[in-house]
Each structure stands twice: as C-alpha cells, then as structure tokens.
Design a protein around this ligand. Structure first.
Ligand code: UDP
Length: 453
C-alpha cells in the first residue's frame, strides 16, 4: 500500500498555540501529507466557525474539562495537571482508534508546552516532533535557566548566545519573576525535559529574524524553522484560499471593522489589542481609554467580552463612532493589512509580533507577562520596528506615556524608521515561506523524511 504520510498535530489548547500549528498543517497538506489536528472536546464545541481547515481533519480528545475548558479549572496548576493526566490517556486512546480504523500515523508534532505527548508517541513507537510556538530567543533564555546556566532569582543582566545583553527585567516574566505561576513556569522550562528524544524540533519563526540564535540552537538540535505561520494569502499566496487561521474561538465582527476602517484616511488608525488571554486591571483600562480619547488619532480597540465591564462608564457610553471603535474581537490579520492602520499597540504575544512584522506595521509594545516582555525588547531594539511604552512604579502605563509613544510612531522620525524596517521584515518573511525560502526548505526536508520512512 502506498499511503501518504500522516501526521497528528497537537497544540496546547489556546488560540495563540492552535494558530501556528494549524498553519503548519496546511503547508504539510499542500505538500501531500495527510494532517489531523488534535484538539480538546471543549474547544471543538465552542468553535465560532470552522473554515479553511477543510483540508485538515479535526479529532477532539478530553483534557478533563469537557464542559468548561481552562476557565473552569480551579487554578492554572490544576488545569495543567489534569490536562497531562487525562490528555495522555485520551491521546493514547485516539491513536488506538485511528490505527484500528486503518490509519497510519507517521509522526506526532506536539506543542512543546505538551512535552508529555512525546511519552505517549514513544509508547506507540511513533516519532515525535516538538513544536515551539514562541520565539527562539525566548526559548534560548528558558533553556539556559533549565540547564542551570542562569540562576534564579535573577537580579543581574544576562547574556545568552545570539542575543545582546538583557537587563534582568527584560527576560520573560517566568524568569525574572519566578514563583507566582508555578504551573506555567513548569510548562515553559519542561519544554526541554525530553527534547533530546524528539526526532524533530520545529519553531514558528524564520531564519532571517533570529539567525544567530537559530545557528546556536542548531548545534544541539536539528531545528527546523518553518514560519511565520500566517495564512498564505498574507505572505506568499501559494496556498489557494488560505485567508484565515480557520479555528476561531471567538467570533469576529469583521464587516463592522472593515467598513469602519474603509472610511478612514491612510495610516490614520491606531489598532489596539492584548490578544486572547491578557486581563488588564481597572486602572490600566482607564489609562488606555483616556489616552486613546485624548490623542488625535482614530483608534480600533479590541476589548474581549469578559473585559468589557472594566471600561470606564463614560467611555463606554460615549458616542465614539467617529474617532474610535471598540469591538470584542476582530480578524486581526485583515485589520493589520488594512491601509488605514498606522500603528499597532500590542501586548507582544508572539503571534501578534510575527503578524506585525509580516504585515509591515510598526508597533507600540505594551507587554503584560510571560514571553511578551522579551518580545517587546526584540521589537524595539533588535528588529527596530517599534517602541516599548514604560510602565510606572505601580506597573501602570499612564495615558501620557501611551500618547507619547503613539506620537513617536505616527508622527516622528522613529515612525519613519520603524515603518521602513517593518517593510523590510515583511519582504524577508514573505521570502522565507515562498518557494525555496528558508522556511519552505525546512518544511520540504521534513516532508521528504516522512515520505522516505
Ligand atoms: N487575534 C484575532 N483577533 C483579535 C485579537 C487577536 O484574530 O481581535 C489573533 C491574533 O491574530 C493572533 C492571536 O489571536 O493570531 C493571538 O495570539 P498572540 O500570540 O498574539 O497572543 P495570545 O492570545 O496567545 O496572548
């Protein structure tokens, strides 16, 4: 029998982790590999709509929270513990079921956050591939901590290969503020626990973006760098109809956003989003609301439904239809690609980071926690596509500081430079995934290994 190779993709169940793995899957499908996305029963039941993933089968498994998912767990620690226990068993049951139905499974590509999935794969004699969804630079720092080469608690600057020296507070929050989130801290460092047993290691980055760090990591692992994993229509346009990630946990009111943006002059809008998980304090929400109202630019602000009640009353009641639009969710790629958008105030999640770079939009980095703090440094000082806004001693970004950063990008010389750099990165990102580009070559190499097996 000459069956196509078949790969299971197993992301951590969150929007920012599912997006890159799905897109990697679409690239594999385009090269003749059968691909199945394994997600949780809960997330599968809450999907706002499924499209563009038709080439990828979806198989839901239990994470132990079939009714309410992550939000219904008592704590992150209890979710992560139960996910590992129940997830290991249900992933094993899925493999048995698929094999019984006559399916070959040639590889399990698991999110490095779910490193225990490799143990399940090995139990069945299936090769595993660890997929890092965060920047190689960030993982480089985590690796040094994991190996004991950086000691915690950290209060001194750190140097790791391929990166300039970082102040202690520029490292990911799990490094410089070790302790408050033991579950998540365990997850990021455990990414390396069994990595040497993984046949492949993938990263959602692109070679040109982090060349020195990647070269250093390649001394240890056969790292394949396969991003940026934006839908193809925003980059190389080689995958027909690939316009959307296609596994959307929140429904976007895209028409409203696009109509509103269509009416605005070129590069006149500040787009603001803190991703799918960040929770801002009341005072911080007020400062943002006042900053956006005070500054002279139009704004489009994503405030997720569960955050909405934190909006100041007068702001929420205000008729901001002319200057501002607040939406619960949008199709961020369409917004960033729109000619009216001139600046992106972002929490610097790695998907948003790559999307800004790939669509050539300069940023104001306003990181909240985890890898976002280091991504903001990279965006500002290394990739030179934006500025970081400073928080005060209480950790709050004041309206004055926010407006001053918006002005820098929208009107000052810094804006001209960062826009130019963002356009350069956009070209490099497109070239990486286009035929013969660095990421395309790494995907081809993986596919040819699968076909040879
Ligand atoms: N996103 C979106 N609409 C929004 C806000 C975010 O589609 O209104 C998408 C965004 O394009 C990105 C993902 O949600 O792909 C967020 O991932 P990121 O890593 O930036 O942040 P996280 O949500 O993991 O904190």
């Amino acid at each position: 029998m000459n069956k196509s190779p078949h790969v299971l993709l197993f992301p951590f169940p969150a929007q920012g982790h599912i997006n890159p793995l799905i897109q990697f899957g679409k690239r594999l499908v385009s090269k003749g590999v059968k691909t199945t996305l394994v997600t949780t029963i809960y997330l599968n039941s809450t999907l706002s709509h499924k499209n563009s993933t038709t080439s990828i089968e979806i198989e839901p498994i239990s994470d132990g929270f079939d009714e309410g998912g992550y939000a219904s767990a008592d704590s992150p620690e209890s979710y992560l513990k139960v996910f590992k226990e129940v997830g290991s068993k249900s992933l094993g049951d899925l493999i048995k079921k698929l094999q019984k139905e006559g399916n070959n499974i040639d590889a399990i590509i698991y999110d490095a956050f779910n490193s225990w999935a490799l143990d399940v794969a090995m139990e069945f004699g299936i090769d595993g591939g660890s997929f890092f969804t965060q920047a190689c630079s960030v993982n480089n720092i985590y690796y040094h901590v994991y190996k004991g080469l950086i000691s915690l608690p950290l209060r001194v600057p750190v140097s790791v290969p391929g990166l300039p020296q970082l102040e202690w507070w520029e490292t990911p929050s799990f490094v410089h503020n070790y302790g408050p989130y033991p579950g998540w801290t365990g997850i990021v460092f455990n990414q390396f626990a069994n990595i040497d047993q993984s046949r492949w290691v993938f990263s959602n980055s692109f070679y040109e973006l982090e060349a020195e760090v990647i070269e250093w990591m390649r001394k240890m692992w056969k790292l394949k760098v396969i991003g940026p994993t934006l839908p193809s229509m925003y980059l190389d346009k080689r995958l027909e109809d690939d316009k959307d990630y296609g596994f959307n946990l929140i429904k976007a009111n895209n028409k409203e956003c696009m109509n509103w943006l269509d009416d605005k002059p070129e590069k006149s809008v500040v787009y603001v989003s803190f991703g799918s998980m960040a929770q801002l304090g009341l005072e911080q929400m007020e400062e943002i609301a006042c900053g956006l109202s005070d500054c002279k630019f139009n704004f489009l602000w994503v405030v997720r439904a569960e955050e909405e009640e934190k909006l100041p009353k007068e702001f929420a009641n205000q008729k901001i239809t002319g200057k501002g639009l607040v939406v619960a969710w949008c199709r961020q790629l369409d917004v960033l690609a729109h000619k009216s958008v001139g600046c992106f105030i972002t929490h610097c999640g790695f998907n948003s980071t790559l999307e800004a770079i790939s669509l050539g939009v300069p940023v104001v980095g306003m990181p909240q926690w985890t890898d976002q703090i280091t991504n903001a440094k990279l965006l500002d000082e290394i990739w030179d596509v934006g500025v970081r806004v400073k928080a005060n001693e209480k950790g709050i970004v004041t309206r004055e500081n926010l407006v001053s950063c918006i002005m820098k990008i929208m009107e000052d010389e810094r804006g001209v430079v960062t826009r130019k750099n963002a356009a350069k990165w956009r070209e490099l990102a497109k070239a990486a995934v286009d035929e013969g580009g660095s990421s395309d070559k790494d995907i081809d190499e993986f596919v040819s290994e699968l076909f040879k097996a």
